[in-house]
Ligand binder design. Structure first.
Ligand SMILES: NC(=O)c1ccc[n+]([C@@H]2O[C@H](COP(=O)([O-])OP(=O)(O)OC[C@H]3O[C@@H](n4cnc5c(N)ncnc54)[C@H](O)[C@@H]3O)[C@@H](O)[C@H]2O)c1
Length: 438
């Protein structure tokens, strides 16, 4: 069984199934399609499936031409989960969000495992890619698959391999980033390594799925904590009149022992604000508290309020209250140059300002309309055209995301006041008296 699948993978005759064609699943499908592997993508969203099969993309960073090329290669999307018996290897890339109580919501992973179980056949390899707490593969996915009567390591194979996709990053992509793989047993590890070996430059085999799961959480928690550190320093240095960005730029000239992280208006995206909570949740099951991580979460979630306080102070300086003032937020995506607003601090900024009575609008070249967000269903707006007149009529322009498409000298030229939470205006020379860093 193992040998047969291994040979199929090595000769690229194996079909790869990908469940969840999102920011993670779609680039993965592209990488396999590119090397000539047949890819069957599964998604519950029939709209996405239709679009993809018509050769159209729905993610800005992936052009239509790429999807069209994938279609010509051997990529097909489907919402028919009865076809899960077709692929030889199935990679699960579904969301792992938090519940209302901020606990891990594994319902998407469980549903995917159940769909696979319904069609599981001997000789299939299943890999969980969704970010989650250590033990999920063994304690959540494995029992669902083994309830079929088939045995892992013998009839089918199971592994965890975390995704390291960084949307918008032009330097690092799937084709250049090493992939960590942890198999439930030696055969599962070998097969999963072979599958990824066809698309990534380096596969890092670890001893278990738990190590691979814990590795991903370490990477993201490391970011969350370091961002919290510079956010805390920003608050202190702001009071002391020291520019934290200049401090970081100076510190990063040290060639060892320091990695630069930058402050911002709050955490955003699908990973960094969410994943540490997966770890704190599982830690509680083991009778541990992760105080360090929770503290980082506290610091990071307080940042939008700090930015709004800077907007209030800056308006106050100009003898204006927040109430009734026109505030334009620039950038609602969670980070520069992406069209993804998930968990973006822009929503919290907008909400806080509206609650204080500001007349808020926004511009984001990547987000023409705000999607309905679970925690902010009342924030329904469309992006305003960014014109000199629009900027001039604002009492304050708040830079929430530093998209490259923005012409910062031009923005400062036409705005009366710019509150910059990203140091996006660092190189602007004219009109510096109008800029407040936040
Ligand atoms: N976006 C990133 O930068 C990134 C990076 C690393 C890891 N991750 C992790 O990867 C996982 C996926 O994230 P994403 O950003 O790709 O999410 P996404 O929301 O962009 O994509 C998920 C896709 O899964 C589909 N889906 C939902 N339920 C499904 C089901 N039961 N069956 C089939 N399809 C289903 C959705 O329609 C959507 O297209 C998450 O665990 C996330 O934490 C994301």
């Amino acid at each position: 069984m193992r040998q047969e699948l291994l040979e199929k993978v090595k000769s690229r005759r194996a079909t790869v199934g990908i469940i969840g064609l999102g920011y993670v699943g779609l680039p993965l499908a592209r990488s396999f399609a590119r090397v000539g592997v047949r890819v069957l993508g599964f998604d519950v969203d029939v709209g996405k499936v239709k679009k993809l099969n018509a050769g159209k993309s729905y993610i800005q960073q992936i052009p239509d031409a790429t999807i069209a090329a994938m279609r010509e290669q051997r990529f097909e999307a489907t919402s028919d989960f009865a076809r899960l018996g077709e692929p030889d290897a199935i990679l699960i890339c579904v969301p792992t969000p938090l519940t209302e109580a901020r606990e891990p919501d594994l319902s998407y992973v469980v549903k995917s495992a159940q769909s696979i179980a319904a069609k599981l056949r001997p000789g299939q390899l299943i890999v969980l890619e969704s970010t989650t707490y250590p033990t999920t593969t063994r304690n959540v996915v494995l029992p669902i698959l083994e309830a079929t009567g088939l045995k892992a390591g013998q009839d089918f194979f199971l592994a965890f391999s975390p995704e390291r996709e960084d949307p918008g990053n032009q330097t690092h992509s799937l084709d250049t980033i090493p992939k960590v793989v942890g198999g439930l047993d030696a055969a599962s590890a070998e097969l999963a390594c072979a599958v990824y070996g066809t698309i990534v430059p380096k596969v890092v085999k670890v001893s278990s799925p738990e190590v691979a799961e814990a590795c991903k959480i370490l990477e993201n928690t490391y970011r969350a904590i370091n961002i919290a550190l510079v956010n805390e320093l920003k608050l202190l240095y702001d009071r002391m009149g020291i520019d934290v960005w200049e401090v970081i730029d100076a510190a990063k000239t040290k060639p060892f022992g320091f990695q630069a992280f930058y402050p911002g208006p709050g955490l955003g995206g699908h990973c960094i604000p969410i994943d540490p909570f997966y770890l704190t949740w599982v830690a509680r099951q083991y009778g541990c508290t992760t105080r360090f991580i929770e503290l980082a979460g506290e610091v990071n979630t307080s940042m939008p309020a700090f930015v709004v306080s800077k907007v209030g102070d800056a308006l106050n300086e100009r003898a204006k209250p927040i109430k009734g003032s026109k505030v334009a937020i620039l950038g609602m995506a969670y980070k520069k140059d992406v069209d993804d607003p998930r968990e973006s601090p822009g929503f919290e900024l907008m909400d806080l300002l509206l609650k204080k009575g500001a007349r808020v609008t926004y511009n984001d070249p990547h987000i023409p309309t705000l999607p309905t967000m679970r925690h902010y269903p009342h924030l329904q707006m469309t992006s305003q055209p960014l014109t000199a007149a629009y900027l001039a009529e604002q009492d304050c322009v708040l830079i929430a995301t530093d998209h490259s498409a923005y012409n910062y000298p031009w923005i400062v030229e036409h705005a009366a006041l710019v509150v910059d939470s990203r140091n996006a205006t660092r190189d602007v020379t004219a009109g510096r008296e109008k800029i407040v860093k936040a």
